[in-house]
Design a binder for this molecule. Sequence first.
Ligand code: HEM
Length: 136
Amino acid sequence: MQTILFQAHSGWRYIVLALLIIAIIKYVIGWLTKGKWSNLDQILGTATPISIDIQVLLGLVLWISAPAAWFHGRGTVNVWEHMVTMLLALGAAHAFWSRVKKSNTDADKFRNGAIGFIVAGVLVAIGVARITGYMG
Ligand code: HEM
């Protein structure tokens, strides 16, 4: 059971990262070129926080269900740090997406969406790099 959860959690990161990167590029371009907010922008902005929700849920279930000794030699502190980093990313993605929904102009939508997903993206990248050992 833990193996399936771990593989799902490990693999889903690519969906999260891909959506974040696509959304950031699209929103930054829309922001800089004063573009028109499209259906695709709306779908991207809805899907990206949901993909993080799913990843966080998988991570929490994995953490709660797996014995500490199972964590590939990574200490409790690493997993705690990982969880806090990712919960902050989740909070940023949702907070800024709700700002996008309240924004009146397309420019504000692109700006708020870009800022939120850049903050979330940096946090997710740090969280992944730390837990996989690429960063300290
Ligand atoms: C956007 C959110 C998240 C992303 C992108 C993410 C990504 C990752 C990645 C890439 C790994 C390493 C997988 C591997 O070595 O193949 C991992 C491991 C893990 N994550 Fe997450 N994670 C997220 C959120 C969370 C949360 C909220 C928790 C809750 C505690 C969590 C718990 C864990 C656990 C327990 C492991 C296994 C550690 C180990 O086996 O050493 N993750 N995560």
